[in-house]
Design a protein around this ligand. Sequence first.
Ligand code: NAD
Ligand code: IPM
Ligand code: MN
Length: 382
Amino acid sequence: MIEKTAGDKKKFSIAVINGDGIGPEVMSEARAIASAAASREGASLEWSDYPFGASHYLMTGEILPESAIREIGQHDAMMLGAIGDPAVKPGILERGILLALRFVFDQYVNLRPAVSYPNVPVPVPSGGPIDSVVVRENTEDLYMGLGSVSEDGLLESPLDLERGGYSLRGHLSLSVSPRMGFAAQVALNTRHGTERIARYACETARRRGEDRVTIVTKSNAAPALYGFFEDTAKSVIESEFPGIEWSTVNVDALCYHLVRNPSAYGVLLCPNLFGDIVSDLQAGLAGGLGTAAGGNIGGGLSMFEPVHGSAPDIAGTGRANPIAAILSGALMLRHLSLEGAAVAVERAVRTYLEGASSDERPFEFGGSASCGQVGAAVMKNI
Ligand code: NAD
Ligand code: IPM
Ligand code: MN
């Protein structure tokens, strides 16, 4: 990480894509609060805005040019609001911007804590506070984008891609008889990809003072893909992490157990697709997507973003809850080694939620505070 000093202030350069829907609304609060918290710790954040997202695409046809990727890569960290708009076919912007950034910068960890906050109504009573974290593999599985649709029963599709650590070369050649339309999408979990995320999950457990990692699987239905993930993770844990135990849970049973006992789990090590799904479930159980923060972390540029999407159903109404974006800013500050600033943001959110009257809470929690009012109330506690 490049750390510059001007006078006695540490300066960090942050690339930002506000993106679509509620992205700009929640990011405006998250940025102001991250900057204020950093400055309390004698650091400053310099934000560079990138316009990519639906309106830029609809106006210019541009998704995410190479030159911008190179520029973004020069920053110390990145934040992203949300990508996706009903006016654009699903996948074009999500794959072209969000997933492209995760892959290009080899952000192999998607870290998604699920935490209970005070006065947040929850759908299911929990045995105790929820304090769990999804450690989601972020570059492989069904997300590789390999495959296509055939209308005539014949499919020829190249399988070429670059990942941090390896290149894949090959070709998918399929025919269906009798001829009919079909779709094929190839999923891949590599030893390299699985080992490194298993290590990160174990390190996360150690940081949390825990001795268990739960491997989320579906090896009963997809033994090649998820049996491999499970076996590889187990052998990393057994051979490299004495004192850490593994257990496995099928993803369907996990959903069931989570709903019945939301605070039952600590570190959940997930392949990419299950991690996506389970993190929304966890968010729902902890009170809402509006508090679910996330980080896409790798050896190069890391990118911090809420778990939620662009929420077109509430965009522009002021009903978006900015807390998830604000807490994603805290994860970024921690990543930049500004631990005091990260803690200040987390405490400010807690203090606000503890003290807020029912009206002063976000709409998501039954209140009537707008996105800007929630941001301003959190800011007062920084
Ligand atoms: P979503 O997360 O945008 O919304 C799901 C539900 O949660 C909606 O009812 C929404 O109003 C609510 N919600 C989400 N964030 C909220 C917040 N901060 N405060 C209050 N309520 C909130 O998921 P979706 O509807 O499936 O997706 C909408 C678009 O976002 C799609 O284009 C999708 O591809 C995209 N998406 C992007 C990201 C991302 O950029 N990281 C993540 C998920 C979905
Ligand atoms: C998320 C989102 C993305 C994902 C989509 C928008 C591609 O749901 O960040 O959780 O599936 O990873
Ligand atoms: Mn998701």
